[in-house]
Design a protein around this ligand. Sequence first.
Ligand code: SF4
Length: 709
Amino acid sequence: MQTRATCPYCGVGCGVLIEHDGERITGVRGDPAHPANFGRLCTKGSTLHLTARPQTRLLYPELRRTRGEPRQRVGWDEAIATAANRFAEVINTHGPDAVAFYISGQLLTEDYYVFNKAMKGLIGSNNVDTNSRLCMSSAVAAYKQTLGADAPPCAYEDFDHADCILIAGANPAYAHPVAFRRIEDARKARPHMKLIVVDPRRTDTAASADLHLAILPGTDIWLYNAMLHVLLREGLVDAAFIAAHTEGFDALRTHVDTITPAVAAGACGVAEADIVTAARWWGQSPAALSLWCQGLNQSTHGTHNGAALIALSLATGKIGKPGCGPFSLTGQPNAMGGREVGGLANLLSAHRDLANPAHREEVARLWGVDSVPATPGLTAVELFQAVREGRIKALWIACTNPAQSMPELERVREALQCCDFVVLQEAFRSTETAAFADLMLPAATWGEKEGTVTNSERRVSHVRRALPPPAEARPDWRIVCDFARALGPLIGKPHAAHMFAYDGVEAIFAEHVASTAGRDLDITGLDYALLDSAGPQQWPLTAAMRAAGEVGRGRLYADGHFPTASGRARFVVPVQASTAEQVDARYPLHLTTGRLRDQWHGMSRTGKVARLYSHVDEARIDLNPADLQAYGVHSGELLRVSSRRGELVLRAHASEEVGRGQAFVAMHWGRNVLDSGGINVLVGGDVDPFSRQPELKHSAIAIERAELP
Ligand code: SF4
């Protein structure tokens, strides 16, 4: 038997066919009919069936009755009643802002929707944030500042029409492999196409480029501003487009006037001529597309990194046309869906803004509640600080592993240790965060859940369930609804029973769809039946479009109208900043972090598949061979790696991919493979002022030979 679903790893959102015999998942194939991948899968996606093993799963609710003692198996009724009572106790004593949800871009849209509604509509706090804060929030802020809405304007099909693709701070060869295969195909079909890659490391993506700009970490804005300087100097901007469809260009033009390629070359550590070449390739190509991901986002100036890159599209009028536009690659499978339902501390349903009183009223009306609170919720880094300081006393974590993935890891672990009550809703039983949970709730996972996801190109797919969840595991949306209905009467909100009386997951989707009417992401033309009959659809797809027989819109802004107050796209003058942390005599090396080809996030799933270790089989630190020689260290020796926050022991690995004075460690390795802790014990928690996204990409470190025991 075969069941259609999507891959639960990266934001490419590949369609999969789950093969099963009604009791066990026996295989997985790429779905030839899915427009994201047309049947292709990468190493991670093609081994998904090997992750469906009951022995790795959390199968029953478990409750720790006394701190310090092990959790005991309990029934669902007791688990839900305990969670509701403990949350009610905190809310009634300390107020609604003393509780929080920390959720995940791997939840389905319907799960996200009810989590958001439970916190903002029922409990009366905006303390719901997500691991997408660590991933895409700078791209969101950059889109909103420049284009007016959180809406990636392109489609994967645009790769086939581009004459120049600029990949910035991303390694899609590893992190978005099927999208990269599509780029490779497009290059074969269009041999004149230029591929420019901006990355401090010579990644596999960079190695395949026509031009690799190996900039120093944190210097992106210098580069894009200098490219704009060249475009202006050589008459390669589109003055008519700028005049008709944008605002704020004069200020940016003045700003970049002094940022010559020579100036930027000094700041970025690349050749002046290469900056000129990149600008010319971009400006002279009829169609040019930029792609970016965490290298730009995970920075204390991530929003302005994105805005400076988007300015290249706007200044040359390369947006809203085939093969053109700025295109953020989403890290997680459903970070987009989470944004669509407003499942972050500063957002509301259907891309409404929490700061807008009219939007709060609309959402309150949609949910049938008196009001939605105006005070912004705590974003990820702030949230765990508040837990550590005792301001958050009850925390509900779903489908994510903050005890491994958050920056300033030791502080996050301290926070979890001192929190009065921690609930963990999770499919896998042995994540780092599980050690801190007072109550663990077994969740259904890939192959066992129904709902929808939205991929990087705004395409909504219907994810279907192949098998029921094992033992007592339940779908995430159902756990949240059961909790909300139990909590409501305890906090004086008996209408919770009505608010969360869904007879199935499709009813949640229908409510979400209704909330999008008239919004930029209007999907009032969508329902499960259409997704099943016509296949995955990009948004918007309004009821009127459906009635007219149209499909979802592949490309936005073709009419030159942008969803800003003036209808014009905006140029942003960026802050010319560097990394949050500077290297110095004590911590002289730049550490960057990133992904391996065959692992995903904290390895809860991929770490269970033996063959996925054949590419890289242990945690290691990559250093330039010349630096290793200068330190008198050989490849393979153990190094003590320290930052201002902590230290780790890692094996040295000589790599020409890494520049002099730099180091690279993959983000995946956690405490379960590193006695001294996970990678993020090294990484700081400084955040971007607009997006509140932390600078996970860079830390200053020192290395020394580790003493052998
Ligand atoms: Fe899954 Fe991404 Fe690989 Fe596609 S490219 S199979 S979505 S990990």
